[in-house]
Ligand binder design. Sequence first.
Ligand code: SAM
Ligand code: SF4
Length: 442
Amino acid sequence: MRQSAPPQTFRVKSFGCQMNVYDGERMAELLADKGLRAAPEGEEADLVVLNTCHIREKAAEKVYSDIGRLVKAGNEAGRKPMIAVAGCVAQAEGEEIMARAPDVGLVVGPQAYHRLPEMIERVAKGERAADTDMPADAKFAALPKRRRAGPSAFLTIQEGCDKFCTYCVVPYTRGAEISRPFSDLLREAEILVEAGAREITLLGQNVNAWSEGEIGFDALIKAIARLPDLQRIRYTTSHPNDVTDGLIRAHAEEPKLMPFLHLPVQSGSDRVLKAMNRSHDADGYLRLLDRFRAARPDIALSGDFIVGFPGETEAEFEETLRLVDAVGYAQAFSFKYSPRPGTPAATMDGQVPREVMDERLQRLQAALNRDQLAFNEASVGKRCTVLVERKGKKPGQWLGKSPWLQSVFFEGEATIGDLVEVELAEAGPNSMAGRLLETIAA
Ligand code: SAM
Ligand code: SF4
């Protein structure tokens, strides 16, 4: 690599899960803290960070095509940007990226991005830099204080995973499960609220596995809820095996904890769940949901599903459809199984043909869409709070979220960050129209 001037402007492009969005925000804060400016929309940046996702296929190909596009645009403009590949593809395929893409200056894994500034300096001197270490918990301590937050902010409280579901790369790309210290989290939550957040979503690969000694996840929720200007708390993604009585009770006792639960199940077939190493069965999952519903009758339920796991038969897939019918999800994510190199399922017998997966996914999504619309239709006439997150497309229109995480459009006097009361007036498949009643907190 040739020596180049240190970058003055940057852009971080994040793909994938909310934890990546959080990491992308933290990288942007770190770069801004070191004096770099975020490149305005439509302007070329001196440094581009591709914050990648490895959960499903084509992720790596997407990274290479993004790199190609950046290099081409740089050649045309006569100035190549410094390219950094971050995130889970960097962690899993860092060496290969360095070998295959000579225009990439640096590769940094999700647990090492606090070292970005030093790596950038090295690249500016003409070196190439790669760091895919997994130092437990060093990253957060090295990041700058948070300064700005929108009304709804993310806070990563837990990282990594020790569950080793047989299809999943997360334990390999994000490392072992760690919980961030309680006092650091309270401080970061406080800073987010001072910086404008009214809602905090606690994030983790298995967010409800968070603990510190005797302090469990429910106690953390209650402690954060005591921040006076914080109106709402959410959390994602939780794992059925880490649900505690305390967490279920928190949904009954803590008014700031929103009535929403994202609890992935993946399949309705016990044989498939076993082969996935999920260590819960379909019935146990349904009984857990019953307990959440008993604690908070209006709780909206969400889940994740994988169709076409190796060996999945038509009858086993139909068990998933039956589970969906039994739950009545308010929303859900569903995916075709994607073999991930290095995971046990990738070499299992009985890989399901693509056409079969396509057809199963269509049927599953039809059922999930039907239930989402039914949930929205059943909400018509309810009065609820909406946290205003942004302006809508029409003049005078605002967009926010209901307690059940529905997107709600309404018109009237409001501003971003307000908590308003609306009546839900009309249901669509993906959003609701509301009628503004009053502003509760500005
Ligand atoms: N830890 C969470 C859990 O256990 O559900 C979520 C982690 S993962 C980032 C989010 C979702 O991606 C999973 O719930 C699963 O449905 C999906 N996923 C993970 N690996 C996959 C694969 N190899 N193919 C298809 N979907 C996958
Ligand atoms: Fe992946 Fe399973 Fe861990 Fe979730 S629990 S991150 S699906 S290994």
